[in-house]
Design a binder for this molecule. Structure first.
Ligand code: CMP
Length: 138
């Protein structure tokens, strides 16, 4: 059964001009775009979105990175969307990401890793509601 996942194309990928290439690879891999926007997170948005990491030593760095410029948020649909999208994006650390994955192609470091994908169906729903209202989803 088709399900959904939430993608963010992060500020590093926006700054480096990779938005078009990433969207092309995502749709070529069979993901349907159900919602899409260019936006910028406030400090409070980023602290809320990444609350699960709030005790981690890199939290401040993560919030400042994610708020420094525009991001693309997208709701994607596919069979096994969450796990297939995590396969497509590759390991958190681009140095460990498989050839052809989005992070291998476009990320520069563990912190500035180009793309976010939800890690569970439950978080996909929470993250989709964070970025999109019902009328923005098609
Ligand atoms: P993501 O998996 O999308 O969500 C959590 C983010 O925290 C992760 O991407 C990285 O951007 C960031 N992150 C994870 N581990 C580290 C780390 N060791 N140092 C800096 N940032 C990190």
């Amino acid at each position: 059964m088709a399900n959904t996942t939430l993608m963010m194309i992060k500020p590093d990928a926006f700054e480096n001009g990779h938005i078009g290439n990433i969207l092309e690879k995502v749709t070529s891999a069979g993901f349907k775009i159900k919602a899409l926007k260019l936006t910028q997170l406030t400090k409070r948005d980023a602290e809320t979105f990444y609350e699960v990491h709030s005790e981690r030593p890199f939290f401040g760095e993560l919030v400042s990175f994610m708020t420094r410029g525009p991001i693309v948020a997208a709701l994607l649909e596919k069979e096994n969307a969450v796990s297939d999208f995590r396969t497509l994006i590759g390991a958190t650390n681009p140095a460990e990401a498989a050839e052809g994955t989005l992070r291998k192609l476009y990320a520069t470091s563990m912190g500035e890793n180009a793309v976010h994908g939800s890690d569970s169906d439950e978080n996909a729903s929470i993250e989709a509601a964070f970025h999109f209202s019902k009328r923005e989803c098609f």
